[in-house]
Design a protein around this ligand. Structure first.
Ligand code: 4NP
Length: 169
């Protein structure tokens, strides 16, 4: 059984938000990877994944070019991404809100996201330690983005396993 929250509404895709700080590195990579993983399992029409940041400095910007390059290295395309800030109005919009780190988790809590719909993204990776975070790669080099993608892929697989159980039952 999955411990995912039930959909808020039947008959429309299950809504998942990926959230980091700037919405130019971690959460857009998590969005692209998870969308691909879900589509690969034939659940593409049942799940809607998007991403945003708790900070607004980069709103409207493309994905960081190191993130785009890391995705391209795995055959994935992030070119259509434009950064957005997660705003209070969205607190009840999603079935599931996934924070990349504990700072984002706290920020989302204070924006009013219900606790039962809020998780750390890496909590879906069965091999990750408790409370594991996706570290911010922004101030490092390109290799940090590949490490982040490894973590993101493992968490996306675990999440897709749970989504399959929830949505195919
Ligand atoms: P992200 O990375 O939260 O993974 O998108 C960051 C991007 C920008 C900044 C920090 C983190 N910044 O301070 O501008």
């Amino acid at each position: 059984m999955s411990d995912l929250p039930d959909p808020q509404e039947a008959g429309r895709p299950y809504r998942v938000a990926m959230v980091c700080l700037g919405n130019i590195c971690r959460s857009p990579m998590a969005e692209v990877v998870t969308r691909e993983e879900v589509a690969r399992r034939g659940l593409g029409d049942l799940v809607a994944v998007d991403s945003s940041g708790t900070g607004g400095w980069h709103a409207g910007a493309d994905m960081d070019e190191r993130a785009l390059a890391a995705l391209a290295g795995r055959g994935l395309d992030g070119a259509s991404h434009r950064a957005r800030q997660f705003v209070r109005d969205w607190a009840s919009r999603y079935d599931l809100v996934l924070a990349m780190d504990r700072d984002n988790l706290r920020a989302l809590r204070s924006l009013g996201v219900p606790e039962e719909r809020l998780r750390l993204f890496r909590s879906f990776d069965p091999s990750a330690p408790r409370e594991a975070e996706v570290p911010d790669p922004y101030y490092g080099g390109r290799s940090g983005f590949d490490e982040v993608l490894d973590m993101v892929e493992a968490a996306a697989r675990g999440l897709a396993d749970d989504l399959e159980k929830l949505l195919r039952r």
